[in-house]
Design a protein around this ligand. Structure first.
Ligand code: ASP
Length: 446
């Protein structure tokens, strides 16, 4: 049987009680042979994440300030966990090394990656002993090249060799090592939340049958629970749908974690460590043969967009019109999100973060470059994506969506259906965002 890779997020490994739940989960399935822990996360809303404290230690050390106090907090977290589980992987010795190395690296002008990575490293040592598993340092499995990109060849080769036939291994998430250079084996981390990526890379490297991502929610919800009351959990969705929903703000998995497993066609299961009885959300490759059920998969949205509408008669007949419009954005270093167009109209949807402080220059640039008949910028727009593979080829899906919005008195300012009916995006005024989300949810889900 191919192994399953089981990654546990920060809240799932925040203290001894949680790690006991992890053990029960791992023990319940013999295929769960590769376990990837995060650093201890928050135990309550007010609590601190160990990774944040480690960054703080590095920052103090860099500024040549003492960091013993912060480090004591970190050390205590691990001592409590180890004592609570009745294990000791030489913790004091490791803690001393970590503290000394943080000081040494910072005073030599090194970056914060080493410090940050120790959260996973120390937790991994403890969890490995508690699970009676082999501890394999991620620095020996995950490699970056000189430019800081994952060295795929070396990484997958090493993972394949080291993890082949392993009975049960714990590999800490979030980091790997840089090529031997001036600082041999220097540590580099992925971006924040990057243990998800470690799990995905390991899953691909061992050809896992499943990549389990254990967290504190029972999967991805059909809508943002801060907007829609009690939204249902998505039982199954394709990588493509996930990408569309994630782009629009639904978060459940680190963006970069999707690519390794998607490439290898390995399904991902989002599960809840506190409710292992819940099936969670399954993210599957999707082969185009899905049933067209007429239901949607999920709704997600984001505020803070500006739409620049350009109108010019006979735009469609002008060769190079689109290129000239986009060159204005390029000249000002602005990227765009969507580009819905009509016969004589073209709209540029731009995130406010991109255009803030540059809008007037961009509008002026467009006037000079394409002499539009009319040019209008609408700030404070929100985009809402309604996503669903089950919507394709079902007549009336769009009508249902627009009908629901009109009934709720929401003025639709923009529509972008993309090239498939998998995703219909509507632009509404930011004020109407919540009303629109609820109306769409209600008409499709109830
Ligand atoms: N501990 C790291 C962070 O807080 C990585 C992770 O948890 O995935 O970003």
């Amino acid at each position: 049987m191919q192994p399953k890779v089981s990654k546990f997020g920060g809240t799932s490994v925040a203290d001894a009680d949680m790690i006991r739940k992890v053990k029960a989960i791992v023990d319940a399935d013999a295929d769960r042979r590769i376990v990837v822990p995060s650093a201890p996360g928050k135990r309550s809303k007010e609590d601190q994440k160990v990774t944040d404290l480690l960054y703080l230690c590095h920052e103090h050390a860099r500024q040549k300030l003492p960091f013993d106090e912060v480090f004591t907090l970190i050390a205590q977290r691990y001592k409590d966990i180890a004592a609570g589980l009745g294990v000791d992987p030489g913790l004091n010795r490791h803690l001393n090394t970590v503290q000394e190395s943080i000081a040494r690296i910072a005073s030599a002008g090194g970056g914060s990656d080493y410090a940050a990575s120790r959260g996973e490293f120390l937790n991994g040592l403890i969890i490995a002993e508690f699970l009676e598993a082999e501890f394999i340092d991620a620095a020996e499995l995950i490699f970056f090249d000189e430019r800081g990109r994952l060295d795929e060849d070396k990484t997958y080769r090493e993972i394949g060799e080291r993890l082949k036939g392993v009975k049960r291994a714990v590999v800490p998430g979030f980091y790997g090592s840089l090529p031997d250079g001036e600082t041999p084996g220097a540590i580099k981390t992925f971006s924040r939340g990057g243990s998800d990526i470690t799990g995905a890379v390991l899953a691909r490297g061992v050809g896992a049958s499943l990549y389990e991502n254990w967290t504190d929610v029972s999967g991805l919800l059909m809508a943002d629970p801060r907007v829609v009351d009690n939204p249902k959990t998505i039982a199954e969705l394709t990588y493509r749908e996930l990408r569309e929903l994630a782009y629009m703000g639904a978060t459940v998995l680190h963006d970069e974690a999707i690519f390794p497993v998607r490439h290898a066609g390995i399904p991902v299961n989002i599960r809840n460590t506190n409710r292992p009885e819940d099936a969670g959300t399954m993210i599957v490759p999707g082969n185009g043969s899905e049933k067209h059920t007429g239901t949607i998969t999920g709704i997600a949205g984001r505020k803070d967009f500006t739409v620049i509408a350009i109108e010019k008669a006979m735009m469609n007949a002008q060769i190079g019109f689109g290129r000239r419009v986009l060159s204005v954005l390029e000249d000002h270093g602005v990227s765009f999100e969507h580009l819905p167009s009509g016969i004589d109209t073209m709209s540029l949807v731009v995130a406010d973060g991109q255009i803030d402080g540059k809008l007037d220059e961009v509008l002026e640039g467009l006037r000079v470059e394409v002499h539009p008949d009319s040019l209008e910028a609408t700030p404070q727009m929100a985009l809402i994506a309604t996503v669903g593979r089950g919507m394709t080829h079902i007549p009336g899906m769009a009508a249902k969506l627009f009908g629901a919005l009109s009934q709720a008195d929401v003025n639709i300012r923009m529509i972008d259906q993309g090239s498939s009916e998998l995703n219909i995006i509507v632009g509404v005024h930011a004020e109407d965002f919540e009303t629109a989300m609820r109306a769409i949810y209600k008409v499709f889900v109830g």
